[in-house]
Structures are given as C-alpha cells and as structure tokens.
Design a protein around this ligand. Structure first.
Ligand SMILES: [Zn+2]
Length: 346
C-alpha cells in the first residue's frame, strides 16, 4: 500500500546577525516538497512579511458611477445565456447572479456576482450563504455547460479578489473555466493522483487519513475536510477536499453550502489577520477523475494587501522557480484558524 512521504530538509542558512554585530549565525530554513506534485516550498524563520495593520480600502472600494455588476446596471451591462444552455437567462441563487463572461479565456466560462446590491463586500461580509449560493449558481451553470458540450470535461470555479489578486473589477465575483483540456495544475493533480493509484485508498483519502486531527488539520464542514498543505504554494493557504466526488458538476446543494461555510470562515480569519486580498480555486478532476481516485479540491490563499506601492507576494521564486517562500508555517495557520471551525455550521 502506498504511503504518503512528507519530505523536509533544513537547509541551515548562514546569515550575519545585525543584533550581534554581524556575527554569522545558522538559521533554520525548512524546504518541503508537496507529496503529490513535488513542488518545493521554503518555510523561512524569523522573517515576518505579514501586515501589522490593514490599508484603508475606502477609496479603492467606493461605489463608482458605473459598475457592470451593480444591480442597477447588471441587466443592461451583461447578457443573457442562450436558451440552448439554460432557460434561466441569468442564473440566480439567493442574492447571487451568474452571467456570461465577456472575456474569452476558456471554451465556456461564466462570472458569478455574490451580491449585485453590494458593490463591495469585505472579507468578513462574504457570509456562508453568499459564498455557498454563488458556488451553487456556478455549479448549476457548469452542469448546463456539460449537458450542452460534454467534450468540455475539465471544469473549475475560481476567484480573484481585489487588484493584487488579479481582479480588474473591485465588485466581488468568481469565475469559471470549462474546457476540453485542464489547466496545468489541474492536470498535474489528476495525473499524479492516478499514478498514486485509485484502488480502495486514493491519494486524497490517504492524505486526509494522515492529516486528520494533526497539526495541519483545520476541521470539516459537511463532507468537506479542511487542512493546511504540508508544502504551501502561497500565504495562509488552506485546502478543502470534498469526499467521494471528483468533479465540480457532482457538487450537491449541500456540498456548495459546506464550501460556503468553510470559505467564509477562512476569509473571516484573513480579515482578522489584517489581510485584504485572496485567490481561490475549486478544481474539478476532468473526464477521468474517478479512475484517478481524484477528489474535488478547493485551494484558497491570501495575496498582497492593496497598498498603493505594495510588495507583490509573487517573487522570482514563485513566478520563475516554481518554489514558494513562506514566512508562516502551515502548522501555525492551522492552529490559528482551527477554533473557528469548531463552531456549529452557520
Ligand atoms: Zn459594483
């Protein structure tokens, strides 16, 4: 039976210490590999890149004269889905609305607005129902796309929030991607899962078994298990693994609600940690997800705060070397967020 191997080395960095007149001291610098993909992550010691305070977001997030996602403009500024896709011209669940995307970055895509009535929702205002309903509306669209075009078998639902995360519009929204091919990260996860072997104990079951109750365990909502990754790719990264399903088109209403509760708790914690920007992705496993023993994975990470001259959290290490520099160990993140997952579901 395959066992997950957690590989970690201390690179034992040597640096001059300003506090002792420049004397050279050895500092712990842990390098870890993601046990599935082999991607490297360096966990620094004594370097604190995290914000001590939060920038004032009022100017950036003030309601402009025109925003296509605001309720009063939405019907004119966006278009309806074709009737061969769905009879719902615009897909609505709770306050969420899903409309066609104008930018062609995938064969089929949509954009979901959590709440057209609110031009800006801060991290702690993205409530379980706002997030859960928006994900449910996106899943409904994904299912419609799959019926219309079964060849577009690779699906994902993701989000950029505020400009440092890549968002061009401030109004909080999420986006989807449905293609005949998967994204690089999606395909890598599924192929490596298949290589690991599906059988009775898939990689993801083994991972949850290994991590349950441990130092990286966060908690669960419904059949979604939440944990911090052993070798994070980004800051404050948290994963959710949905038990038993390999594709986002299989997510039930209850799963969407469980994802909404979990993500909402993570984003509230980000708010408490003086953070303001994030990305998340919900990865479907493509046409062979089940054979690969793949399970739907949600990944969320914080991004740099939108200060006027902000320091990007994506350095040459992340962008060119494919290796993350992290100043807070995933075990510290899990410990800090775990209490909020002990609450009963909202
Ligand atoms: Zn708006």
């Amino acid at each position: 039976m395959n066992e997950i191997e957690l590989k970690e080395w201390d690179l034992k960095a040597m640096v001059p210490d300003p506090g002792s007149g420049g004397a050279w001291v050895q500092t712990s610098l842990r390098r870890r590999l993601d046990p599935l993909t082999g991607a490297g992550s360096r966990i620094l010691t004594g370097v604190k890149l995290q914000p001590a305070s939060r920038p004032d977001l009022s100017e950036l997030t003030a309601k402009p004269e025109f925003c296509p996602f605001d309720a009063e403009h939405l019907e004119k500024a966006t278009f309806a889905f074709p009737s061969e896709l769905t009879d719902e011209r615009r897909i609505r669940r709770g306050r969420a609305v899903v409309v066609p995307n104008l930018m062609a970055y995938a064969t089929h895509s949509a954009v979901g607005i959590y709440d057209p009535e609110r031009h800006f929702l801060d991290l702690d205002e993205l409530s379980p129902s706002l997030v859960g309903d928006a994900v449910a509306a996106m899943v409904f669209h994904a299912q419609a796309v799959r019926r219309m075009d079964p060849g577009a078998g690779w699906s994902s639902i993701s989000a950029n929030y505020l400009p440092p995360a890549g968002s061009s519009l401030v109004h909080p929204h999420l986006q989807s991607c449905h293609d005949p091919c998967g994204t690089t990260a999606q395909v890598l996860m599924v192929e490596r899962s298949a290589k690991w072997g599906a059988g009775s104990r898939s990689y993801w079951s083994a991972l949850l078994e290994l991590e349950a109750g441990g130092s990286r365990w966060v908690g669960s909502t419904g059949r979604v298990s939440w944990l911090t990754p052993f070798a994070p790719a980004g800051f404050h990264e948290i994963w959710g693994v949905v038990e038993g399903i390999g594709d986002i088109t299989e997510l039930t209403e209850e799963d969407c609600s469980s994802i909404g509760i979990g993500l909402s708790r993570v984003l509230s914690a980000y708010r408490k940690w003086n953070l303001a920007s994030f990305n998340f992705a919900i990865f479907g496993g493509g046409p062979h997800a089940r054979d690969a023993g793949y399970q739907v994975v949600i990944k969320v990470m914080s991004r740099s705060n939108p200060d006027p001259m902000y320091r990007s959290d994506a350095t040459y290490f992340e962008r060119l070397h494919g290796e993350a520099l992290i100043d807070l160990a995933p075990e510290e993140i899990a410990e800090q967020i775990r209490p909020s997952f002990r609450e009963s579901p909202a």
